[in-house]
Design a protein around this ligand. Structure first.
Ligand code: FMN
Length: 158
């Protein structure tokens, strides 16, 4: 069974709500899932999963520093995360407030690790986004995103 980590930073709960939804759907799709606050995630934990999905609020158009810190620490395992499934999501205050650049910044790190990332041709293309508290649209995007991630993880890690 593929093992997934949904790791998030959230100060006011919006990104956490997205993380909970994504973790619930990954579980419903048959993955073994851990949901962790980034501040309770050790870099060594990353090795234990086949699939790593990271969420952050948008801070000045990029990820919040606790997630950046974890990703910078992951250099310890450069080359060892290759082939794992990766993903990212973000909450921002504004439309056009930088949620997509936040996701792409996270995905760049995952791609540099050699991880496998799936886009979405219909919904939020790079990963789910929310404007403030996740509404029905954002939660639906989290659901369809998690289904796609689960399908890829199950294909690569049967
Ligand atoms: C330091 C800081 C920087 C922020 N920068 C942005 C920004 O560049 N664009 C934006 O739309 N929202 C920005 N916000 C708002 C947050 O992204 C937004 O409130 C988000 O929903 C918070 O997520 P959380 O509830 O998971 O903490 C910023 C908030 C803080 C505290």
């Amino acid at each position: 069974m593929a093992k997934a980590l949904v790791c998030y930073y959230s100060r006011t709960g919006n990104t956490k709500k997205m993380a909970v939804k994504i973790a619930d759907v990954l579980k419903a799709e048959g993955l073994e899932v851990d949901l962790k606050d980034v501040e309770n995630t050790a870099v060594d934990d990353l090795l234990r999963y086949d699939c790593l999905v990271f969420g952050s609020p948008t801070y000045y158009g990029s990820m919040a520093w606790p997630l950046k810190k974890l990703l910078d620490e992951s250099v310890k395992f450069h080359g060892k995360l290759r082939g794992k499934v990766g993903g990212a999501f973000s909450s921002s205050a504004n439309v056009g407030g930088g949620n997509e650049t936040t996701i792409l910044d996270i995905l760049k790190a995952l791609l540099i690790h050699g991880m496998v990332v799936q886009g979405d041709y219909r919904g939020d293309h790079y990963g789910p986004v929310s404007i403030g508290r996740p509404d029905k649209r954002a939660l639906n995007c989290c659901e369809s995103y998690a289904k796609n991630v689960a399908a890829l993880a199950k294909y690569l890690f049967p």
